[in-house]
Design a protein around this ligand. Sequence first.
Ligand SMILES: [Zn+2]
Length: 68
Amino acid sequence: MSEKHAVECLRCGTFRTVERERTQGLDPGECAKCGYLGWALVADLSEPVRKNLRERPPELHFRRLRVV
Ligand SMILES: [Zn+2]
C-alpha cells in the first residue's frame, strides 16, 4: 500500500504530491522550481504557520523539515 501526500515547498510555495510506501520516510527531494529541499505536509500547514516559517531563517526550515 502506498499513500499520497501533498507537500508544499517552504521557500516558493510550489505544491506537489509524493507517493510513498507506509514503511518509507517522506523524501520529496529538490523543488523543481527553486531547488529548495524544505517541504512541509500541506495538511500540517495553516496560514499562520506558513507565515511563521517564511519569517524564520532557512536553517530553521531545514531543521524542522528533517523531522517531517
Ligand atoms: Zn520551491
